[in-house]
Write a protein that binds this ligand. Sequence first.
Ligand SMILES: [Zn+2]
Length: 73
Amino acid sequence: MSEALAIDYEVLFDPSKRYIANAISRFAARDILYNCPKCDKERVITWMFPDVSFDFVDECCGVMVVLIPKEEE
Ligand SMILES: [Zn+2]
């Protein structure tokens, strides 16, 4: 199994626009914009609990990526 790749991202919507995600996470969820590390296509994913890192396989090119919480003030 390959190591997940930490990717750069932007917060698109905070909280998420997805009702279900907000219901489950109690409005912690955020919609995240990032670029596929392989083909650079724009991708959007809902990060349910942005205070903990989230790894997943990007369905675009099948690359394993990880979102790491940024320091926020
Ligand atoms: Zn891709």
